[in-house]
Every structure is written in C-alpha cells, then in structure tokens.
Ligand binder design. Structure first.
Ligand code: GLN
Length: 342
C-alpha cells in the first residue's frame, strides 16, 4: 500500500507522514551532507569565452531547495549573485508559448534533443528550424518571437516575469551584458542564419539584444530555487501567490527541460538524475520536481559541455538521497490514474 511505503530519505527510512513535520530538518541535513561531500571538488574551469564571466570566484558553492509550500532550505553560498545565462532559455520559451501559442512556436523551433553543444550551428535538415529552444539557436529564435509579440517592451516583460517567478525584483548585470554583446560573434552568425532560414522575423540585432540581456539577469542560488518552485507550483510563486507563467506552458517547458535542458549531457542526466533541469555557463543549474520542489546549485567551474561540475555531482547525490528520479520506485505516479486502477 502506498501509505505504508517507507522511502529512503538519506537512508533514514522515514514514512511520508514523518516528513510532514520533520521536512525542514531533513532537507537541511541532506543539503549539508551533499555540500560537504563535494566542496573539495575543484574539477572544471570557469567560463571565460564571455570575458566578464571569468571574474567569478571558482570556489563558490551553494545549494538551495525551495518547496511549493514556500519554504527555503540552503547550504553554502546561496546569496552570491551570478548571471542566469542559459537557464533563461527555459523561462523565455515558457513565455513565448503563452504569448504566441504552442503551434506558432513549434513552427519555428522544434522540441528534439540535438545531441550537440549549446552553441552548435546546426538546424533540422528538413524544415531548417533549430532543434530545440534550450540551445542558442533555439533561444535566439524564441527571443525573436518575444520581440515580435512585445516590440521594444520585450526585455521589461521578461524581467518582470522572471522577477515574479523569483518573488523579488531582479536586475541586469550590465558588465556581463556588455561583455557578451561585444564578443558574441558566434551568436550573431547563428542569428543571421536563422534570418536566412526564415525562422527569425525581426532584425537579428533586436533578437540578439534581448537574448544577451536575458542571459545577463543576475540571480542567486536562492532565487533560482524559488523560480524552480514557481515552475513546480504550476507557474505561481508559492510565497507571493503571483502567477509568473501559464499552466499549460509550464508543462511544455518542463518536458523540453527534461529532454534537452543539459545539452549533449541530456540523456545521461535523464538516466541518472531524472528531473527536468537547465544549466547555464554562469555556473547555475535549476531542477524541478513537479508539484514539489525547485532545486538550484551554483558552482562556476564547468565541464567541457558547459555544465557545472559540482552542480551535476550534487544533483546526482540529491536525487539518490531524496528519491527524486521521475522513475524512482518512490514516485507513485498520477493519483488520478491510481483512483482509476483501484
Ligand atoms: N549567453 C551564453 C551564450 O550564448 C549562454 C550559454 C550557456 O549558458 N550555455 O553563449
């Protein structure tokens, strides 16, 4: 019987009803354990292809869990600001679905994993769309869709919605924005190809400017966890009660995060960790446990794919300790379907 199931939270073997009262303590303990397990891991390199990103302190390491009932649990450097980078791609995709509709977005950007690096210059050979919105080509296309829908107000709209999701007013890291705008020539090349492929329908510089700005929004690990909790909570921030994202768009966004959010590591991530997630070269990873948690890690040393080394290691351990994987035996599936099975 599901009610009698003993789940192996950090090996303690607590029953779900125990967690109701002991939840805070257990999350804090698990985060602390994961943080101390990986704090000495110094593998990977801080990104420097956007010169301003190289200024990040390589040893900073923070972990945060935000729950859909509004609580926050943390370990380490969870208030250090860093830029959201590619994690913004999941959120702008969600906004584009709301503004332009699923079919119009799908006509311009696919939902297939590319198996390629985030900045690869590859398109679907049949219809010339970018493979998915989580790689640069797809995200620049999505930025174009937002520019079409919102004109010059596009960035303010994005900033307002990201802030609603985080539950506090976020700001732009102007130095990172300028650094990326000055050096983002590969992204410029991608934008011009998107124009040639007729999936970008605004001037490339407009879409690129929105893209560079959205990537340069400054967040902390606590903010990211709260944004994750908003996604987990059907688009509504659990603390403020403000709706940041549309319900149906959230489902579509989580699905694409699950299959494409970690670039050419997406398959391994789904296999080992099994929650929708999105990483950024600023060092953040955002994970979502639907209807339960937002999880964030911050550690700026990256592997060769551009994913945070300690972030991946921490998610692996958290998924194991908390039974997070979508196909873990502790995840009982849809309660609606359960009622039909009985
Ligand atoms: N702004 C970065 C870029 O376009 C985002 C990449 C990332 O976070 N993976 O290169």
């Amino acid at each position: 019987m599901p009610g009698d199931m003993v789940i192996s939270l950090s090996g303690v073997g607590m029953r779900p009803e125990d967690l109701q009262t002991a939840g805070r303590h257990e999350f804090d303990t698990v985060l602390e354990q994961v943080w101390s397990t990986h704090r000495e891991n110094r593998q990977g390199m801080v990104a420097d292809y956007i010169p301003e990103l190289s200024k990040a302190a390589p040893d900073d390491f923070g972990l945060a869990i935000a729950t859909t009932n509004g609580r926050l649990h943390t370990a380490g450097n969870v208030e250090v600001p860093f830029t959201i980078q590619s994690i913004s791609k999941a959120l702008t995709f969600c906004l584009a679905l709301e503004l332009a509709g699923r079919d119009a977005v799908l006509a311009r950007v696919g939902v297939e994993p590319s198996g390629d690096a985030f900045n690869a210059i590859v398109f679907d050979p049949v219809n010339k769309r970018p493979f998915n919105p989580m790689v640069n080509a797809g995200a620049i296309t999505v930025a174009g869709i937002l520019c079409e829908a919102l004109g010059t107000g596009a960035f303010d709209f994005v900033m307002d919605r990201f802030s609603d999701a985080a539950g506090r007013r976020l700001s732009l890291d102007d130095a990172v924005y300028r650094s990326e705008a000055e050096t983002g020539h590969r992204n410029r090349a991608i934008a011009h190809l998107l124009l040639a492929n007729d999936v970008l329908r605004v001037p490339p510089e407009d879409a690129l400017d929105l893209y560079f700005r959205q990537c340069s929004i400054s967040v902390t690990a606590s903010d990211l966890a709260r944004i994750g909790a908003t996604l987990a909570n059907m688009g509504e921030n659990p603390v403020t009660g403000r709706a940041a994202f549309e319900l149906r768009a959230v489902r579509n966004t989580l699905a694409v995060m699950f299959t494409c959010g970690m670039y050419d590591y997406a398959g391994n991530w789904a296999y080992d960790i099994g929650v929708p997630a999105k990483s950024g070269v600023g060092g953040g990873i955002l994970g979502v446990v639907n209807r339960q948690l937002g999880i964030a890690t911050y550690s700026p040393r990256l592997d060769t794919r551009g994913n945070s080394v300690r972030g991946i290691a921490s998610f692996e351990l958290l998924a194991e300790e908390l039974g997070l994987h979508a196909f873990d035996c502790t995840n009982m599936g849809s309660s609606f379907v359960s009622t039909l099975i009985r």
